[in-house]
Ligand binder design. Structure first.
Ligand code: PAF
Length: 291
Protein backbone atom coordinates (compact mmCIF):
# COMPACT_ATOMS: atom_id res chain seq x y z
CA UNK A 1 0.00 0.00 0.00
CA UNK A 2 1.19 3.51 -0.82
CA UNK A 3 0.42 6.33 1.61
CA UNK A 4 0.29 9.61 -0.29
CA UNK A 5 -0.31 13.17 0.87
CA UNK A 6 0.18 15.24 -2.31
CA UNK A 7 -2.17 15.46 -5.28
CA UNK A 8 0.70 15.43 -7.82
CA UNK A 9 2.06 12.25 -6.31
CA UNK A 10 -1.40 10.68 -6.34
CA UNK A 11 -1.88 11.48 -10.02
CA UNK A 12 1.53 10.01 -10.79
CA UNK A 13 0.75 6.82 -8.86
CA UNK A 14 -2.57 6.37 -10.66
CA UNK A 15 -1.33 7.25 -14.17
CA UNK A 16 0.31 3.86 -14.68
CA UNK A 17 -2.78 1.97 -13.49
CA UNK A 18 -4.96 4.02 -15.79
CA UNK A 19 -2.70 3.33 -18.78
CA UNK A 20 -3.20 -0.36 -18.07
CA UNK A 21 -6.97 0.18 -18.18
CA UNK A 22 -7.48 -0.56 -14.51
CA UNK A 23 -10.70 0.50 -12.80
CA UNK A 24 -10.17 2.83 -9.90
CA UNK A 25 -12.51 2.77 -6.88
CA UNK A 26 -12.56 5.62 -4.36
CA UNK A 27 -13.69 5.35 -0.74
CA UNK A 28 -13.82 8.92 0.64
CA UNK A 29 -13.62 9.05 4.46
CA UNK A 30 -12.75 11.35 7.32
CA UNK A 31 -10.78 8.56 9.00
CA UNK A 32 -11.20 6.87 12.36
CA UNK A 33 -12.19 3.87 10.31
CA UNK A 34 -14.73 1.27 11.39
CA UNK A 35 -16.45 -1.77 9.91
CA UNK A 36 -18.72 0.47 7.83
CA UNK A 37 -15.71 1.96 6.03
CA UNK A 38 -14.18 -1.49 5.62
CA UNK A 39 -17.41 -2.70 3.96
CA UNK A 40 -16.97 0.15 1.45
CA UNK A 41 -13.39 -0.98 0.82
CA UNK A 42 -14.59 -4.55 0.38
CA UNK A 43 -17.24 -3.41 -2.12
CA UNK A 44 -14.65 -1.35 -3.97
CA UNK A 45 -12.23 -4.25 -4.13
CA UNK A 46 -14.83 -6.51 -5.70
CA UNK A 47 -15.77 -3.91 -8.34
CA UNK A 48 -12.49 -2.12 -9.04
CA UNK A 49 -8.88 -3.09 -9.71
CA UNK A 50 -7.38 -0.42 -7.47
CA UNK A 51 -8.93 0.99 -4.32
CA UNK A 52 -8.00 4.47 -3.15
CA UNK A 53 -9.18 5.40 0.36
CA UNK A 54 -8.99 9.07 1.25
CA UNK A 55 -8.77 10.38 4.78
CA UNK A 56 -9.47 14.06 5.13
CA UNK A 57 -11.34 15.73 7.97
CA UNK A 58 -12.94 18.35 5.78
CA UNK A 59 -13.17 21.71 7.60
CA UNK A 60 -15.71 23.21 5.17
CA UNK A 61 -18.45 20.74 6.16
CA UNK A 62 -18.29 21.59 9.87
CA UNK A 63 -20.23 24.49 11.34
CA UNK A 64 -18.54 26.95 13.74
CA UNK A 65 -19.90 25.16 16.85
CA UNK A 66 -19.39 21.63 15.60
CA UNK A 67 -16.76 19.01 16.41
CA UNK A 68 -14.04 19.73 13.80
CA UNK A 69 -11.25 20.13 16.38
CA UNK A 70 -12.29 17.08 18.41
CA UNK A 71 -13.26 14.82 15.51
CA UNK A 72 -11.63 11.45 16.33
CA UNK A 73 -8.33 10.85 14.53
CA UNK A 74 -5.94 7.87 14.65
CA UNK A 75 -3.87 7.78 11.49
CA UNK A 76 -1.57 4.92 12.55
CA UNK A 77 -4.51 2.64 13.29
CA UNK A 78 -6.31 3.70 10.09
CA UNK A 79 -3.20 3.02 8.04
CA UNK A 80 -2.95 -0.49 9.47
CA UNK A 81 -6.65 -1.16 8.82
CA UNK A 82 -6.25 0.01 5.21
CA UNK A 83 -3.23 -2.22 4.72
CA UNK A 84 -5.10 -5.24 6.10
CA UNK A 85 -8.19 -4.45 4.03
CA UNK A 86 -6.29 -4.38 0.72
CA UNK A 87 -6.40 -0.64 0.01
CA UNK A 88 -3.86 0.13 -2.74
CA UNK A 89 -3.46 3.86 -2.08
CA UNK A 90 -4.19 5.73 1.13
CA UNK A 91 -4.55 9.38 0.21
CA UNK A 92 -4.35 11.67 3.24
CA UNK A 93 -3.77 15.25 2.16
CA UNK A 94 -3.47 18.06 4.68
CA UNK A 95 -5.83 21.03 4.76
CA UNK A 96 -3.51 23.28 2.70
CA UNK A 97 -3.22 20.68 -0.05
CA UNK A 98 -7.01 20.63 -0.44
CA UNK A 99 -7.70 24.27 0.37
CA UNK A 100 -4.74 26.46 -0.55
CA UNK A 101 -4.90 29.98 0.90
CA UNK A 102 -6.24 31.28 -2.44
CA UNK A 103 -9.18 28.83 -2.45
CA UNK A 104 -12.57 30.46 -3.11
CA UNK A 105 -14.70 28.20 -5.34
CA UNK A 106 -17.48 26.03 -3.89
CA UNK A 107 -20.07 23.58 -5.19
CA UNK A 108 -23.54 24.72 -4.12
CA UNK A 109 -26.06 21.86 -3.93
CA UNK A 110 -29.76 22.58 -4.45
CA UNK A 111 -33.01 21.42 -2.87
CA UNK A 112 -31.76 17.98 -1.83
CA UNK A 113 -29.45 19.71 0.64
CA UNK A 114 -32.24 21.73 2.30
CA UNK A 115 -34.25 19.33 4.51
CA UNK A 116 -33.11 16.89 7.24
CA UNK A 117 -29.45 17.52 8.17
CA UNK A 118 -29.29 20.45 5.77
CA UNK A 119 -31.90 22.32 7.81
CA UNK A 120 -29.80 22.03 10.99
CA UNK A 121 -26.30 22.20 9.54
CA UNK A 122 -26.23 25.22 7.24
CA UNK A 123 -23.43 24.94 4.70
CA UNK A 124 -22.70 21.31 5.57
CA UNK A 125 -23.60 19.86 2.18
CA UNK A 126 -21.90 22.72 0.38
CA UNK A 127 -18.71 21.62 2.15
CA UNK A 128 -19.38 17.95 1.41
CA UNK A 129 -20.17 18.54 -2.28
CA UNK A 130 -17.10 20.73 -2.67
CA UNK A 131 -14.67 18.31 -1.13
CA UNK A 132 -16.18 15.26 -2.85
CA UNK A 133 -16.03 17.07 -6.19
CA UNK A 134 -12.39 17.92 -5.50
CA UNK A 135 -11.60 14.35 -4.48
CA UNK A 136 -13.26 13.09 -7.67
CA UNK A 137 -11.07 15.46 -9.69
CA UNK A 138 -7.94 14.48 -7.81
CA UNK A 139 -8.49 10.70 -7.98
CA UNK A 140 -10.65 10.51 -11.13
CA UNK A 141 -12.23 7.27 -9.96
CA UNK A 142 -14.49 5.08 -12.08
CA UNK A 143 -16.54 4.25 -8.99
CA UNK A 144 -16.99 5.93 -5.62
CA UNK A 145 -18.44 4.19 -2.56
CA UNK A 146 -20.61 5.80 0.13
CA UNK A 147 -22.49 4.38 3.11
CA UNK A 148 -26.28 4.55 3.26
CA UNK A 149 -26.04 5.81 6.84
CA UNK A 150 -25.36 9.21 5.28
CA UNK A 151 -28.48 8.92 3.18
CA UNK A 152 -28.85 12.59 2.34
CA UNK A 153 -25.14 12.87 1.54
CA UNK A 154 -25.56 10.02 -0.97
CA UNK A 155 -28.48 11.84 -2.59
CA UNK A 156 -26.57 15.14 -2.80
CA UNK A 157 -23.44 13.50 -4.20
CA UNK A 158 -25.41 11.46 -6.73
CA UNK A 159 -27.19 14.58 -7.94
CA UNK A 160 -23.94 16.52 -8.12
CA UNK A 161 -22.34 13.89 -10.35
CA UNK A 162 -25.32 14.03 -12.72
CA UNK A 163 -25.66 17.83 -12.69
CA UNK A 164 -21.93 18.45 -13.18
CA UNK A 165 -21.41 15.55 -15.63
CA UNK A 166 -18.80 13.95 -13.42
CA UNK A 167 -17.84 10.61 -14.96
CA UNK A 168 -18.10 8.61 -11.71
CA UNK A 169 -20.50 5.84 -10.76
CA UNK A 170 -21.79 6.32 -7.23
CA UNK A 171 -22.31 3.09 -5.30
CA UNK A 172 -24.23 3.12 -2.03
CA UNK A 173 -23.57 0.35 0.47
CA UNK A 174 -26.07 -0.63 3.19
CA UNK A 175 -25.44 0.68 6.70
CA UNK A 176 -23.25 -1.58 8.81
CA UNK A 177 -24.63 -1.97 12.32
CA UNK A 178 -23.30 -3.11 15.68
CA UNK A 179 -24.83 -6.44 16.82
CA UNK A 180 -27.52 -4.54 18.76
CA UNK A 181 -28.43 -2.41 15.72
CA UNK A 182 -26.57 0.87 16.39
CA UNK A 183 -25.28 2.24 13.08
CA UNK A 184 -21.48 2.26 12.92
CA UNK A 185 -20.12 5.79 13.10
CA UNK A 186 -16.80 7.36 14.02
CA UNK A 187 -18.78 9.56 16.42
CA UNK A 188 -19.92 6.52 18.46
CA UNK A 189 -16.60 6.78 20.23
CA UNK A 190 -17.78 9.98 21.94
CA UNK A 191 -20.48 7.98 23.78
CA UNK A 192 -20.15 7.01 27.43
CA UNK A 193 -21.18 3.44 28.34
CA UNK A 194 -24.51 4.73 29.56
CA UNK A 195 -24.94 6.93 26.47
CA UNK A 196 -24.12 3.98 24.25
CA UNK A 197 -26.97 2.01 25.83
CA UNK A 198 -29.37 4.87 25.14
CA UNK A 199 -28.08 5.50 21.60
CA UNK A 200 -29.31 2.11 20.44
CA UNK A 201 -32.89 3.34 20.77
CA UNK A 202 -32.36 5.31 17.53
CA UNK A 203 -31.87 2.21 15.40
CA UNK A 204 -34.41 0.30 17.48
CA UNK A 205 -37.07 2.85 16.59
CA UNK A 206 -36.20 2.97 12.91
CA UNK A 207 -35.96 -0.78 12.57
CA UNK A 208 -39.29 -1.25 14.41
CA UNK A 209 -40.94 1.07 11.88
CA UNK A 210 -39.27 -0.82 9.02
CA UNK A 211 -40.69 -4.06 10.45
CA UNK A 212 -44.19 -2.59 10.51
CA UNK A 213 -43.69 -1.36 6.95
CA UNK A 214 -42.73 -4.89 5.91
CA UNK A 215 -45.88 -6.25 7.52
CA UNK A 216 -48.01 -3.84 5.49
CA UNK A 217 -48.24 -0.50 7.37
CA UNK A 218 -48.24 2.34 4.83
CA UNK A 219 -49.45 5.25 6.95
CA UNK A 220 -46.75 7.89 7.35
CA UNK A 221 -47.90 9.19 10.76
CA UNK A 222 -48.22 5.67 12.18
CA UNK A 223 -44.76 4.65 10.99
CA UNK A 224 -43.22 7.79 12.49
CA UNK A 225 -45.12 7.18 15.76
CA UNK A 226 -43.73 3.64 15.99
CA UNK A 227 -40.17 4.93 15.67
CA UNK A 228 -40.83 7.81 18.08
CA UNK A 229 -42.03 5.46 20.80
CA UNK A 230 -38.61 3.79 20.99
CA UNK A 231 -36.63 6.96 20.51
CA UNK A 232 -37.44 8.18 23.99
CA UNK A 233 -34.08 7.44 25.64
CA UNK A 234 -31.99 9.92 23.69
CA UNK A 235 -31.58 13.44 25.08
CA UNK A 236 -33.06 15.19 22.07
CA UNK A 237 -34.51 14.12 18.76
CA UNK A 238 -33.45 16.76 16.25
CA UNK A 239 -35.60 15.32 13.48
CA UNK A 240 -37.50 12.16 12.71
CA UNK A 241 -38.92 12.39 9.22
CA UNK A 242 -40.27 10.09 6.59
CA UNK A 243 -39.27 11.41 3.18
CA UNK A 244 -39.54 10.37 -0.43
CA UNK A 245 -36.29 8.50 -1.08
CA UNK A 246 -35.62 10.36 -4.33
CA UNK A 247 -36.81 13.93 -3.70
CA UNK A 248 -36.32 14.00 0.11
CA UNK A 249 -39.65 15.82 0.37
CA UNK A 250 -42.16 14.72 3.03
CA UNK A 251 -43.62 11.34 2.09
CA UNK A 252 -47.36 11.04 1.62
CA UNK A 253 -49.76 8.40 2.97
CA UNK A 254 -50.30 5.74 1.87
CA UNK A 255 -46.66 5.13 0.94
CA UNK A 256 -46.44 4.09 -2.67
CA UNK A 257 -42.93 5.14 -3.61
CA UNK A 258 -39.60 4.28 -1.95
CA UNK A 259 -39.23 6.33 1.21
CA UNK A 260 -36.59 6.85 3.87
CA UNK A 261 -37.24 7.21 7.57
CA UNK A 262 -34.44 9.45 8.78
CA UNK A 263 -33.45 10.50 12.28
CA UNK A 264 -30.90 12.73 13.95
CA UNK A 265 -30.68 12.68 17.73
CA UNK A 266 -28.40 13.87 20.49
CA UNK A 267 -27.07 11.59 23.20
CA UNK A 268 -25.32 14.01 25.51
CA UNK A 269 -23.49 16.33 23.14
CA UNK A 270 -23.05 13.62 20.50
CA UNK A 271 -25.18 14.01 17.41
CA UNK A 272 -25.99 10.73 15.69
CA UNK A 273 -27.87 10.07 12.46
CA UNK A 274 -29.45 6.94 11.06
CA UNK A 275 -32.12 5.92 8.55
CA UNK A 276 -33.96 2.99 7.06
CA UNK A 277 -35.22 2.70 3.50
CA UNK A 278 -38.85 1.69 3.19
CA UNK A 279 -39.34 0.38 -0.30
CA UNK A 280 -41.65 -2.16 -1.82
CA UNK A 281 -39.87 -5.23 -3.16
CA UNK A 282 -39.29 -5.07 -6.91
CA UNK A 283 -40.53 -8.01 -9.04
CA UNK A 284 -37.14 -9.72 -8.64
CA UNK A 285 -37.55 -9.57 -4.85
CA UNK A 286 -34.92 -6.84 -4.31
CA UNK A 287 -35.55 -3.74 -2.24
CA UNK A 288 -33.09 -1.40 -3.85
CA UNK A 289 -33.58 2.22 -4.86
CA UNK A 290 -32.50 1.37 -8.35
CA UNK A 291 -28.77 1.88 -7.68
O1 PAF B 1 -18.98 10.79 4.92
C1 PAF B 1 -17.89 11.34 5.16
O2 PAF B 1 -17.02 10.79 5.85
C2 PAF B 1 -17.61 12.72 4.57
O3 PAF B 1 -18.76 13.50 4.55
C3 PAF B 1 -16.93 12.67 3.20
C4 PAF B 1 -17.83 12.02 2.16
C5 PAF B 1 -15.62 11.90 3.28
C6 PAF B 1 -16.62 14.09 2.72
O4 PAF B 1 -15.79 14.75 3.61
Amino acid sequence: MQAITRVAELRHALAEARKEGKRVGLVPTMGYLHEGHLALVQASRTRSDITVLSIFVNPTQFGPNEDLSTYPRDFIRDEQLCRNAGVAILFAPDAREVYPTTFETFVEPGDLAMPLCGAYRPGHFRGVATVVCKLFNMVQPDLAFFGQKDFQQCAVVRRMTVDLDLPVNIVTIPTVREPDGLAMSSRNRYLSEEGRRRAVTISRGLLAAADKFRSGERDVEKLIAIAKEQLNRVDRVQYLELVDAHTLKAAESPLQRPAALCAAAYVGSTRLIDNVILSLPTPDGKRSLGD
